[in-house]
Design a protein around this ligand. Structure first.
Ligand code: NAP
Length: 278
């Protein structure tokens, strides 16, 4: 019998090895540049994960860190990278320190090098169901569903959370894949009534154990994006133990969506590299 647990760690390792194999055959290695500003403990954990993954795959990786920099100077740095043909992907690690204009800065990344898929240009392409660079977490979730043979077409999918980073691109990917999508957020009334109808429930809120047994449909698929650190331990947005025997498939936290996000960034770097060669 197939496992009920969607093992993001194992699947991400498979993809990492596929990418490593591809990169090993390239004479010139694709290059990713990660820019970070200020001092954010969570961000430095994420940057380290990206570095580790990029190096494992064999990408050319560079991390540019600034203790502090103003918006205009940062945009000049990005423009220089935009014009450097050796650089294939650029990301700015978010959040930036308070007072910086994230929108303006992120949108200064050339769309072909926007491997986080966060520029308005790539978001607009996704909205129009055109080929583009897609935000890594929702892209990773689509890949998990695909590799677990979970069919999306015609499914009733409920997404909780409407962020630009996760919820909204998730909604668009699902619509493009012919799901019927309901988008919920903090102003949604009677959340349980909606979630109970979900064949696939995707939760990206950031509230420990928001989703309990009474809120899920029997035999459904539950994707938990939430990362909530409480007393040094990580929890999802879904009460995993509570819902476990009621659902058909579920992602654990940690080890579900998280590892996929990092590896999808690398997938995007390779995609950007291939597109730039054309
Ligand atoms: P965000 O920007 O804070 O968005 C949270 C969303 O949840 C908002 O749309 C908010 O509604 C909604 N919300 C808040 N309380 C709610 C409630 N009680 N009921 C229903 N909806 C509610 O967060 P995000 O960046 O999307 O991240 C969400 C979570 O995923 C966080 O825990 C984050 O750490 C995690 N995350 C994980 C990964 C990964 O790789 N695993 C990647 C990114 C994020 P409003 O719009 O009405 O405020």
């Amino acid at each position: 019998m197939m496992s009920k647990v969607i093992d993001g760690k194992r699947i991400s390792k498979e993809i990492k090895d596929e990418l490593k194999e591809k990169v090993s055959k390239l004479a010139v290695k694709p290059k990713l540049v990660v820019i970070s500003v200020g001092d954010n403990a969570a961000s430095s954990v994420y940057v380290n994960q990206k570095e580790k993954c990029a190096k494992y795959i064999g990408l050319d990786y560079s991390h540019m860190h600034y203790d502090s920099i103003n918006d205009d100077d940062l945009i000049k740095v990005i423009e220089k990278l935009n014009n450097d043909s050796k650089v294939n992907g650029i990301i700015v690690q978010l959040p930036l320190p308070k007072g910086m204009n994230e929108e303006r800065i992120v949108n200064s990344i050339q769309k072909e090098k926007d491997v986080d898929g966060l520029t308005y240009f790539n978001a607009g392409l996704l909205l129009n169901n055109e080929k583009c660079l897609v935000s890594c977490t929702p892209k990773g979730i689509m890949e998990l569903l695909k590799r677990e043979n979970i069919s999306i077409e015609g499914a009733n999918v409920v997404v909780i959370g409407r962020s630009i980073l996760v919820g909204k691109p998730m909604m668009n990917l699902l619509i493009n894949a012919n799901a019927t999508v309901t988008m919920c957020h903090s102003k949604t009334k009677d959340l349980a009534k909606i979630t109970k109808k979900a064949d696939i429930l995707i939760v990206a809120v950031g509230k420990k154990h928001l989703i309990t047994r009474d809120m899920v449909k029997r035999g459904s698929v539950v994707i938990d994006v939430g990362i909530n650190r409480v007393d040094g331990k990580l929890y999802g947005d879904v009460n995993y133990d509570d819902v476990y025997d009621k659902v058909r498939k579920i992602t654990p936290v940690p080890g579900g969506v998280g590892p996929m996000t990092v590896v999808m960034l690398m997938t995007n770097v390779l995609l950007a590299y291939e597109n730039q060669k054309k």
